[in-house]
Each structure stands twice: as structure tokens, then as C-alpha cells.
Design a protein around this ligand. Structure first.
Ligand code: AMP
Ligand code: ZN
Length: 113
């Protein structure tokens, strides 16, 4: 996906502050943080959004949560608490169409909904 911002970040064509990397996953700090800790966790495989997930992606998306849990612990958030968010399409405010998990924490987060 040559035109995808997050694919370029994963490839190192656009700089980012790396937090974690493995074969399937890349995690980096959000450039416009909404909380003291705001990390994006993305699969190295390009998937536009949750709407484009296929059944075979289930282990991969599950792995994003395992990575999120590890990063939350590293960031000292495991006990205090944190929020994992996946925005899908316009009304949810999705701006980058490469599926990603937001990890937010480090302050009291307002209730959603
Ligand atoms: P979403 O609105 O759910 O699609 O989230 C996209 C996120 O990507 C936003 O929180 C942006 O601040 C973040 N973002 C955009 N460009 C960059 C970048 N170059 N490096 C890090 N984060 C970025
Ligand atoms: Zn991509």
C-alpha cells in the first residue's frame, strides 16, 4: 500500500518514535497525543479498517491486544488503567485507513457514550 501513511511508518520511510516491533506488529507514539501515554499499535499487514478484516485476521488482531497489554504494563498503566480504541470510518473519526489500536492512559479518561 504505497499511499498509506502507516505502511510508510512501518517501513521507516516516515519517522516515528518506536515503542515495540515484532514480525506482525509495530507500535509507535501518536504525533498528536490525546493523553500522557498515547501509542498506536498497528499490524504490519495493511488492513483498511475493521470493515475489511477477514476471518484469517482474527489471530493477528488478537495479537494487537496482547502487545497492547505488554506496552500498558511497560508504561506503568496496568493497574491504574488505560483505554484501547479502534475508530472505524467517518462518524468515529477515523483519519488513517490502516487499522490501528489506540492505547491511551496516564490521566483520568472521560466516560464514553
Ligand atoms: P484515527 O483518527 O483513529 O484514524 O487515528 C489516527 C491517529 O494517527 C491520530 O491520533 C493521529 O494523531 C495519528 N497520526 C497521524 N500522523 C501520524 C504520524 N506521522 N505519526 C504518529 N501518529 C500520527
Ligand atoms: Zn497501510
Amino acid at each position: 500500500m504505497s499511499d498509506c501513511l502507516f505502511c510508510k511508518i512501518i517501513e521507516g520511510e516516515i519517522p516515528s518514535t518506536m515503542v515495540y516491533r515484532d514480525e506482525q506488529t509495530y507500535a509507535f507514539r501518536d504525533i498528536n497525543p490525546g493523553a500522557p501515554t498515547h501509542i498506536l499499535i498497528v499490524p504490519t499487514k495493511h488492513i483498511d479498517s475493521v470493515n475489511f478484516m477477514i476471518n484469517d485476521d482474527e489471530p493477528l488482531i488478537g495479537h494487537l491486544f496482547t502487545v497492547a497489554k505488554q506496552i500498558a504494563a511497560q508504561e506503568g498503566l496496568a493497574e491504574k488503567g488505560y483505554r484501547l480504541v479502534v475508530n472505524t470510518n467517518a462518524e468515529a473519526g477515523q483519519t488513517v485507513f490502516h487499522i490501528h489500536l489506540h492505547l491511551l492512559g496516564g490521566r483520568q479518561l472521560l466516560k464514553m457514550g
